[in-house]
Write a protein that binds this ligand. Structure first.
Ligand SMILES: Cc1cc2nc3c(=O)[nH]c(=O)nc-3n(C[C@H](O)[C@H](O)[C@H](O)COP(=O)(O)OP(=O)(O)OC[C@H]3O[C@@H](n4cnc5c(N)ncnc54)[C@H](O)[C@@H]3O)c2cc1C
Length: 418
């Protein structure tokens, strides 16, 4: 396994449960990049139809995960509401519900009065809301480390501060990985490198399309008098934390940093740009120079970019967080004057069709990719790991993996954005 985020640790756990020998190499610390920096939502609602079956599996797994890993992910099924500001929002959420009906998802539309009852304390009314009572949240800083500990208990080896420099092949198939501490012989390698997967693939002539978007979050001191469900509203989103504080973000204010890869992959991302235009802010900043200077080719016997940046720790966008706090306080005065305890950001890896790859890379037998989770990989993580482990083990996969295959980017399939 390459990468110790929610995907790498969940895959390692599922492989260890199957009795397969597994070594996980993480260049920094477990769950220190996206998986430890996200909002913590675990949901089916609003997902791309190609992810719904997997997310339903994930929701089932979250509920029993603490027992299986003998640890605590902080999971709570307290529900999630998407607030509708106007009839357009209602129509969009109803359209999703219609598409998702065949999966028997646990979600329904609420009237404005039902929203007011579910979320008392608001200064204004809402036209309605899409509500899923069984959706929930886990604690990002706890989940991946707890799953890694569970995998270790089942016999997996978890190595931190151990970057993988690249893969090795013999007779055309995987024979090992080269790490900064030496070589590990193996038959299969799963790359779950989050925002780094494209770079590692590129050194082996594999073109994995991936761009990065910066999302900022903050957490507050404990707030009294707020209901338990997580909420997405116009210009804010929030969810309760185990410590009684709230993680708060500005929904629809992610920053797409313009980098050399933006130009290299421009045409592939045109459909995504068109559909997500209103939710993105484009910036030309330091990251352009950083990525320009980052080598794209290297030999496996020398220091690689993975050893030079142990943990991606981008600057949070303070302005958009302050705006989220103001928007939230205006809608729910319980948040007014609440102390902000911490602000942070994470680089989200996004594919052109905004869904991940979970599957083999056909050009190199034994090489698998589980990456590109496009801002929604935390909640789906346990099932994504299970699916990846099924594919590596040659077992019947928990869902049909075809829509998530790597080849969709090169076999002439149209780029579909939902
Ligand atoms: C602000 C924000 C909010 C989000 N909110 C949600 C949410 O509410 N719900 C949700 O479902 N998702 C959410 N997401 C998305 C979610 O966090 C990600 O999709 C998910 O964590 C991806 O997990 P991962 O394991 O693929 O990647 P990561 O967590 O980024 O892990 C990849 C790991 O691989 C390691 N690595 C990379 N290259 C190498 C190498 N060569 N050798 C060794 N190690 C390597 C990295 O150090 C890193 O630890 C959010 C993301 C952000 C940033």
């Amino acid at each position: 396994m390459i990468g110790g985020g929610i995907i790498g640790t969940s895959t390692a756990f599922a492989l260890a449960e199957k009795g397969i020998d597994v070594v996980l190499c993480e260049k920094g610390e477990i769950g220190a990049e996206q998986s430890g920096r996200n909002w913590g939502w675990c949901r089916t609602q609003g997902r791309d139809p190609r992810e719904i079956a997997l997310s339903l599996e994930a929701m089932r797994m979250w509920r029993g995960l603490n027992g299986r890993i003998e640890g605590d992910t902080g999971f709570r099924a307290d529900g999630l509401v998407y607030l509708c500001n106007n009839e357009t929002d209602v129509a969009r959420n109803e359209a999703w519900l219609e598409q998702a009906r065949i999966y028997q998802v646990d979600a329904r539309m609420l009237s404005g009065a039902e929203v007011a009852k579910l979320l008392p304390g608001a200064t204004r009314s809402w036209v309605g809301g899409l509500y899923s009572p069984s959706a929930g949240r886990a604690e990002p800083q706890k989940a991946a480390p707890a799953i890694a500990t569970g995998a270790r208990r089942l016999g997996a080896t978890i190595l931190t501060n151990c970057a993988v420099r690249g893969i090795e092949t013999a007779a055309g198939r995987i024979s090992g990985v080269v790490t900064e501490r030496g070589r590990i012989a193996c038959d299969s390698v799963v790359l779950a490198g989050g925002a780094w997967s494209r770079l590692l693939c590129g050194n082996h002539d594999i073109d994995f399309p991936q761009l990065k978007v910066r999302g900022s979050v903050m957490r507050t001191a404990p707030v009294d008098g707020m209901p338990l469900p997580a909420v997405a509203g116009p210009g804010f989103s929030f969810r309760r934390r185990l410590d009684g504080g709230y993680s708060v973000a500005n929904r629809g204010a992610s920053i797409a940093e313009i980098v050399p890869d933006s130009f290299r992959q421009f045409f592939r991302y045109m459909p995504a740009l068109r559909s997500q235009w209103n939710d993105l802010r484009f910036r030309f900043g330091d990251r352009f120079a950083t990525e320009w200077r980052t080598p794209r080719r290297w030999h496996l016997d020398a220091v690689t970019p993975f050893e030079q940046v142990r943990i991606l720790d981008p600057e949070p966008d303070r302005k958009s967080l302050d705006q989220a706090h103001a928007n939230l306080s205006a809608a729910f005065p319980a948040f007014a004057g609440t102390k902000v305890v911490e602000r942070w950001a994470g680089l989200i890896d996004v594919t052109p069709d905004v869904i991940p790859v979970i599957g083999p890379i056909p050009a190199i037998p034994g090489f698998y990719l589980a990456s590109g989770f496009s801002g929604h990989g935390f909640g789906i993580g346990p099932a994504a790991g299970r699916l990846m482990a099924d594919l590596v083990a040659g077992d019947t996969p928990i869902i049909d993996p075809k829509p998530l295959r790597f080849e969709r980017f090169s076999d002439g399939s149209p780029t579909i954005i939902h």
